[in-house]
Ligand binder design. Structure first.
Ligand code: SDX
Length: 428
């Protein structure tokens, strides 16, 4: 809180003063809650200028291309930390010491299996169901298996739900893939670390022992880490709004998965690959760049632009380095899609349209290249995003539920019909 105030002059009304609050860093906020009492609402479709909550978890500076998780820059976490350590940081606010880390990793390791009855949920889906459709269903269904820990006012219940979700989401993700290709589900292997275990459950078979490349497991871990959290994005805001009604954490995460699915959000990584495959050859890049600039054409350059970043998405920089490492490890440096992606990025970053509108590559631009190189099918790309983002969702949910919160209930500008009387059908 500061003693700074904003004063609003409205024709025909007395001035209205609003308190201004300062954050640790970033823009100050104007508390407009008293405006309703003056007979007005603020109007901000898409919440471009609206801070919906106070949070200590992640800070983004879109102009500087800065992303901090509990104060630590994303590039330092990506190079020095690992996904589960970052999960601990996001959930608890501090990096774990050696004992805390070992205990956290062990807790996750021994909660990766799912109730065997969940296997039956999959058989209700067609084999060609999109894995995100399956994830929406099975994650929401988890609440049917944990009646013992659904009291959201109980800190221990919230902690158990967080551990279960972080531990089980990779298992359910891999199961949704196995189901789609008609292969048996592969149980978690407690000998493997989190990301290697995910690749084991994705690509292992009962017929042979998995051989997981440490380089590819590290790349998978970095993908999860780079997707872990991102302030009040659409899916995280969905989780918060759902949680504000008192819904259980599994239902809230299922709502987040549904919101993430859209191609403007987490579905963009799948859309980037489809776009690169449609471009097909470097000679056609200009054609697609022109389509993206054509106002009459709904086509957008997938993997470019961001509501907040008006500079390089810091995650895209790390993702690009990882893409080079993975393709080198796999001997795919000449991957045609990577060549198209790099050429497209170069053209877009020089094109006045993209420069003026500050449209830079975002986290989704390179992640698809890496996932494809890891052998993950395009339909699983957004599922991978959901696996990484679950810790962000549950951290924001826990931050809200453990503090003061009210049910989220936005208002509107009504432009529909004024009051009118009902007309009987014979008189219409
Ligand atoms: C994620 O919020 C988060 O933090 C999300 C995320 C996370 O980690 O949670 O970072 C993950 O969702 C990344 C974004 C992935 N989406 C895509 O890559 C899809 C392509 N990008 C866009 O659809 C768009 O850029 C958005 C949705 C990401 C942002 O949309 P905004 O902020 O509402 O911006 P806008 O649509 O108002 O665009 C501003 C202008 C418009 O032109 P004008 O009307 O001003 O003339 O830029 C144009 C747009 O037409 N524009 C693009 C473009 N993105 C915006 N033109 C061509 N290609 C694009 N990709």
């Amino acid at each position: 809180m500061t003693d700074k105030k904003a004063s609003l002059h409205i024709e025909g009304h007395e001035n209205v003063d609003f308190p201004i609050y300062e954050g640790t860093v970033g823009p100050d906020v104007i508390d407009v809650r008293s405006l309703t009492g003056k007979g007005f609402f603020t109007y901000d479709p898409g919440f471009v200028s609206t801070a919906a909550c106070e949070s200590k978890i992640t800070y983004i500076d879109g102009n500087q291309g800065i992303l901090l998780h509990r104060g630590y820059p994303i590039d330092q976490l990506a190079s020095e930390s690992d996904y589960l350590e970052t999960c601990y940081l996001l959930l608890n606010g501090e990096l774990p010491n050696k004992e805390q880390k070992e205990e956290f990793v062990e807790t996750i390791r021994y909660h990766t299996m799912v109730h065997d009855q969940i296997n039956n949920l999959f058989s209700g889906f067609r084999r060609d169901a999109h894995p995100m459709a399956i994830m929406c269903g099975v994650v929401g269904a988890l609440s049917a298996f944990y009646h013992d820990t659904l009291d959201i006012s109980d800190e221990r219940h919230r902690e158990i739900a967080a551990m279960r979700l972080i531990a089980k989401i990779p298992t359910l993700a891999a199961m949704s893939y196995k189901y789609s290709i008609g292969q048996p589900f592969i149980y978690p292997d407690n000998e493997l670390d989190y990301s290697a275990n995910f690749l084991h459950m994705m690509f292992g078979t009962p017929c042979e022992k998995s051989k997981i490349s440490p380089v590819l497991a590290k790349a998978m871990d970095r993908i999860f880490l780079l997707h872990a959290d991102h302030e009040q994005n659409a899916s995280t805001s969905t989780v918060r709004l759902t949680g504000s009604t008192g819904a259980n954490p599994y239902a809230c995460i299922a709502a987040g998965i549904a919101a993430l699915w859209g191609p403007s959000h987490g579905g963009a990584n799948e859309a980037v690959l489809e776009m690169l495959e449609e471009i097909g050859d470097e000679s056609r890049i200009d054609e697609f760049v022109n389509k993206a600039k054509d106002k009459s054409d709904p086509f957008r350059l997938m993997g470019f632009g961001h509501r907040v970043y008006k500079n390089f998405d810091p995650r895209a920089k790390v993702m690009k380095e990882t893409a080079d490492e993975v393709l080198k490890e796999l001997g795919l440096e000449d991957d045609p899609l990577l060549k198209i992606a790099k050429r497209l990025e170069q053209i877009a970053l020089e094109d006045p349209y993209f420069v003026e509108k500050k449209l830079y590559p975002n986290v989704d631009f390179y992640s698809g290249i890496i996932l494809k190189a890891l052998g993950i099918p395009t339909s699983m790309f957004t599922v991978i995003f959901a696996v990484g983002r679950t810790v962000g969702w549950i951290s924001h949910w826990n931050e809200m539920i453990s503090g003061d919160y009210r049910i989220g209930r936005p208002r509107q500008l009504y432009t529909g019909s004024p009051k009118r009387d009902f007309v009987k059908v014979e008189d219409r």
